[in-house]
Design a protein. Sequence first.
Length: 146
Amino acid sequence: MKVLLTYTSMTGRNEKIANYLADYLKEKGADVDLEEIIDTDAFGLTDYDAVIVESYTYHDGEVPDEAQDFYEDLADVDLERTKFAVLGSSSKKHIHFGRAVDYFTMQLNSSNGEQVSDSVKIDQDPDEDDFKRVRDLGDRVLKSLK
Ligand SMILES: Cc1cc2nc3c(=O)[nH]c(=O)nc-3n(C[C@H](O)[C@H](O)[C@H](O)COP(=O)(O)O)c2cc1C
């Protein structure tokens, strides 16, 4: 079970969540590559059994600048039904709460990925309930690979 977890984080929340999720998946036996979106080649996603994308939302409901190239490249990729899930911490204090999560979810679906979990939006710092939703997302990804 080869899983890519690619994330972007400016102030550290999504980095912390990504580390938590990667550790959880590894405990469950998955082979996880954890990397930042800026280092991720969208055309390499089909090397994985499943891909998890995690991003905050910036500006007025936009994909962060450093994730734009990856996001745009996804439009030219055929994911060949690679399983995927999307999550991200953003903030309800801003308009368009977590819209980068929606953008990635839509793009990965249009690029012929297979969504295996509802997307998870977290308001700023994750609480216990959020961590449970993160684990549930991980469980759904792993279940889809069995
Ligand atoms: C200038 C600025 C603009 C933001 N715009 C949005 C936004 O449009 N929608 C949203 O949901 N969150 C927005 N946020 C909130 C961040 O997505 C949120 O703080 C997130 O938890 C940051 O994640 P990180 O710690 O991984 O960088 C914005 C934050 C800043 C500083």
